[in-house]
Ligand binder design. Structure first.
Ligand code: C5P
Length: 325
């Protein structure tokens, strides 16, 4: 049987705007998402048993039914039960590099890799839009993670419009490893504090949603104008998360003091990212901010914007098949 190793990049949000409530209890969002080169590698293999087995050395990653990866396999098994009976369950090994519960869509990107991987292993021939439709059952960010790159995400986050690739911008990620933010709680706080600003009329929601396409940030992305992109970063969730976590706010300020292109919290946090024009600058700023804040719990990564989502790293035959030859 075939096995696949897939690369699953993390994402940052260059723009996250909360528009209003949705009838399904989620929020209507307008986002611009960006993949980065920091990512996990997932090894997938049909195991011919009735089990879904997840392996990961990171103790923060659950290996049971609560892992989004497990839910992704179950979704595909239910949807394509006949095909799935021919292959049985899956063994999935996750090499975890993306920090967990960080606002970087690590779990969503892993689930996206499983959808892409199963499509290949079971030879389903599903297109990216078909995989994106399925992904909505798993989480709002999974659709973006499939195709990745630079894109507008609207609706719950699952409606994707690709934008021109950004390649030459360096990204510093920084996260306190003793800090995690609950995404549902961040949105709940936002609703409690800002629901008086929510747009309720469908026509107004559509107008706000459409506005992004002709907005300054999309123009700056088309022009690959890194200075403007850095200047135009915005995230509504900062309004509720930063007052609660002053250390995150201080971290953003520390980056800004080093004249980066821009610095902001990603998603619901607590990861902060800073944009730089060169690798050299990104490394220098990292060294300086690390020294200034001097906290053993603060982790840094220097990475780059990346023009793709899930990609196949390698393809092989499982050792069981090889032995049978
Ligand atoms: O879709 P996902 O499971 O990633 O969302 C996590 C949580 O974030 C949801 O349970 C919800 O509380 C909040 N959310 C939201 N509106 C969105 C996306 C997420 O309120 N569009």
């Amino acid at each position: 049987m075939q096995s696949y190793s897939l690369f699953a990049p993390a994402k940052i949000n260059l723009h996250l705007e909360v528009i209003g409530d949705r009838p399904d209890g989620y929020h209507e969002l307008v986002m611009i998402m960006q993949s980065v080169d920091l990512g996990d590698t997932l090894h997938l293999r049909a195991n011919g048993t009735d089990q879904i087995r997840i392996f990961c050395e990171n103790p923060q990653v659950p290996l049971d039914k609560t892992n989004l990866v497990y839910k992704a396999v179950r979704l595909m098994q239910k949807k394509y039960s006949k095909v799935s009976n021919n292959f049985g369950g899956l063994d999935i090994t996750i090499e975890k590099n993306i920090p967990v519960a960080a606002g970087l869509a690590g779990g969503s990107s892993n689930a996206a890799a499983v959808l892409v991987g199963i499509n290949l292993i079971w030879s389903l021939g599903l297109t990216q839009p078909e995989l994106r439709d399925l992904s909505a059952f798993l989480g709002s960010d999974v659709a973006f993670c499939i195709s990745g790159g630079t894109a507008i995400a609207t609706g719950r986050g699952e409606k994707i419009t690709p934008l021109p690739d950004l390649k030459d911008i360096w990204v510093i990620l920084a996260k306190y490893n003793n800090l995690s933010v609950s995404t549902p709680r961040a949105y709940k706080s936002y609703r409690e504090q800002f629901n008086h600003l929510y747009v309720t009329d469908l026509e107004d929601i559509n107008e706000r949603t459409d506005h992004i396409h002709s907005g300054d940030l999309v123009r700056a992305i088309s022009e690959e104008n890194a200075d403007k992109i850095g200047h135009l970063l915005m995230n509504d969730l900062e309004k509720v998360v930063l007052p609660q976590y002053p250390v995150v706010s201080n971290l953003i300020d520390a980056f800004k003091a080093h004249n980066v292109l821009g610095a902001m919290m990603s998603g619901s946090g607590p990861t902060v990212f800073a944009l730089c024009k060169t690798q050299k600058q990104a490394q220098m700023v990292t060294t300086n901010v690390k020294k200034e804040i001097n906290d053993a719990n603060l982790d840094f990564w220097v990475t780059k914007m990346c023009p793709h989502g899930i990609t196949v790293e390698s393809k092989g035959q499982s050792s069981k098949d090889k032995g049978q030859r």
